[in-house]
Design a protein around this ligand. Structure first.
Ligand code: ADP
Length: 504
């Protein structure tokens, strides 16, 4: 898609702004005036723990800072829950389970979940800004994807709460009790909704820990839970670091634990819980292949590949971080990809025109830089977006590596940043072999004109989700989860509900 660029030189001035009018050059980026989102995120200076329906200070008196990764400024102080606080949260959850929630008919539970969804919709703009400030993702993503999708998860599961007899046809289902949940920083509010909504619909009570860099929208949602009149203790939110997460996962009261995060931490949790009778679901890392055949709709595929890896700065476990491209079109496809990438806008996440915002944290930026350094050392050919990055904040240029071989670390390890590795293939079998040649198996994409090929690929790819002629599409009705080191269990749909109940 050709675009126009602005070269500043002596030329007539725009009447509106008194600036020289741009000279338009084919193939580069047109400069827009800044267009920041201005809705008030209504942030508090300090966020407490949410236990037993109330905001309470942490027993240790410790707080940590939540930083805006776009400019490194402090947004708020967050209470740090320790083992005592986590214990109090489980006591509150068990009490709510025994006295209120499990006895409540599903149709009544549905009303609360529905109310949460509506209240979230009412405050959508405010939540979107808060999410962007805290996590660094572009406002157009938090506004158009994260917040509406989070609300959709509550709506969808509200619909299930009075129809639980249909979750496992021919069987009755019952809640598990209190569940412990730990979530990551890439979709803070959406992951919260993915975890809370099915557990609530099924009649469980919850202790949940948001990620340390992105706790704000979870604690804002606690305000909504209060406004919705959700009975005290049904949901308890305990922010903190890995120590808090370990306390949530390891607590004796938890009948089930659900974790989304790195494979490394997932393995630590699984090891620590081995031998217990806790139910578990794990949604872990990924190294998805986006596979483009020579009969694919090329421009659509370029758009899909760009979306697959650069969406949310590549902070997506199902990101299409490997492009497998059919050799006959490899050169053309790569050229089109670079042209498209050059016109992505990188910068202020609050700006409505920004495509790629800030990397979530300094640590994550360090990880991306390290792995990109490895890619260069291993001899892959690097192409980076030519943009100037903001002087403050954590940013990384969208990057494409070509001439990548399957043995390169950038083809095997999860980078979790805006970095694409391009690998070629000649036959269908080679594409399948290369796509499956990874420890992960969360997702994949197939781009081809042939329906039969899509069916063959989706059968043979060892991935929980296979998108065909699209990528990164989500829906609450559709189960999501992995194969191999990408974890087990499903979130969303009827299958997701099965992971929050026992069959009786
Ligand atoms: P990422 O690499 O995406 O940051 P992590 O797996 O490190 O993912 O973190 C995901 C979530 O797991 C975060 O909420 C984090 O605080 C939590 N966490 C980190 N270490 C542990 C642990 N040992 N036990 C439980 N939770 C943990």
């Amino acid at each position: 898609m050709p675009t126009l660029t602005e070269k500043k030189s002596a030329r007539p001035t725009s009447r509106a702004q008194g600036r020289p009018l741009p000279e338009l050059i084919f193939g580069d980026l047109w400069e827009y005036d800044p267009s920041p989102e201005t809705a008030d995120p209504k942030l508090k200076a300090r966020y407490e723990l949410f236990i037993g329906g109330k905001f309470v200070p942490p027993s240790s008196g410790k707080y940590f800072d939540s930083i805006n990764p776009a400019n490194e400024s402090k947004l708020a102080e967050i209470a740090w829950a320790n083992v005592t606080d986590v214990d109090a949260a489980y006591v509150a959850a068990q009490k709510a389970y025994d006295t209120v929630w499990r006895k409540m008919p599903g149709r009544e539970r549905a009303k609360y979940i529905y109310r949460i969804a509506r209240l979230l919709q009412d405050r959508a703009r405010e939540f979107a800004v808060a999410e962007t400030l805290d996590g660094g993702k572009p406002i157009k993503e938090s506004r158009d994807f994260d917040v509406p999708m989070a609300a959709a998860h509550f709506f969808y599961h509200a619909g299930w709460a009075d129809k639980l007899d249909y979750v496992a046809p021919g069987r009755k289902v019952a809640p598990l009790g209190v569940v412990g949940q730990v979530i990551p920083w890439n979709f803070p509010l959406l992951m919260l909704a993915w975890k809370l909504a099915p557990a609530l619909a099924m009649g469980n009570c919850i202790v949940i820990k948001p990620a340390e860099t992105t706790s704000i929208t979870a604690l804002k949602l606690a305000e909504i839970l209060q406004d919705a009149g959700l009975p005290a203790g049904v949901v308890n939110i305990v922010p903190g670091f890995g120590d808090t997460g370990a306390a949530v996962m390891g607590h004796a009261t938890a009948a089930k634990v659900a974790f989304t995060g790195s494979t490394e931490v997932g393995k630590i949790i699984m090891r620590s819980l081995a031998g217990t009778d806790k139910k578990m679901t794990m949604e872990l890392g990924g190294k998805a292949a986006n596979i483009v055949f020579d009969d694919a709709p090329i421009d659509q595929a370029v758009e899909g590949v760009i979306n697959g890896i650069f969406f949310n700065q590549g902070h997506v476990c199902c990101a299409g971080s490997r492009l497998l491209v059919h050799e006959p079109i490899a050169k053309t496809f790569l050229a089109k990809l670079k042209t498209r990438m050059r016109v992505l806008r990188v910068g202020d996440p609050l700006d409505k025109n920004t495509d790629i915002g800030a990397i979530n944290s300094k640590e994550q930026l360090g990880t991306i830089e390290r792995l990109v350094g490895v890619g260069i050392k291993e001899g892959a050919e690097m192409f980076q977006h030519p943009c100037k990055l903001p002087s403050k904040g954590y940013y990384f240029r969208p990057t494409i590596f070509s001439n990548v071989s399957m043995s390169h670390r950038i083809a095997r390890e999860e980078i979790f940043g805006p970095v694409l590795s391009v690998i070629t293939f000649r036959t269908v079998d080679e594409a399948i072999e290369k796509a499956n040649n990874t420890a992960y198996g969360l997702s994949a994409g197939v781009w081809t004109d042939k329906g039969s090929r899509i069916l063959k690929m989706s059968t043979e790819l060892k991935a929980g989700v296979v998108w065909a002629n699209t990528y990164n599409k989500f829906d609450p009705t559709s189960p999501f989860g992995g194969y191999k080191e990408s974890g087990f269990g499903r979130e969303g749909g009827r299958q997701g509900l099965l992971d929050y109940c026992k069959l009786v």
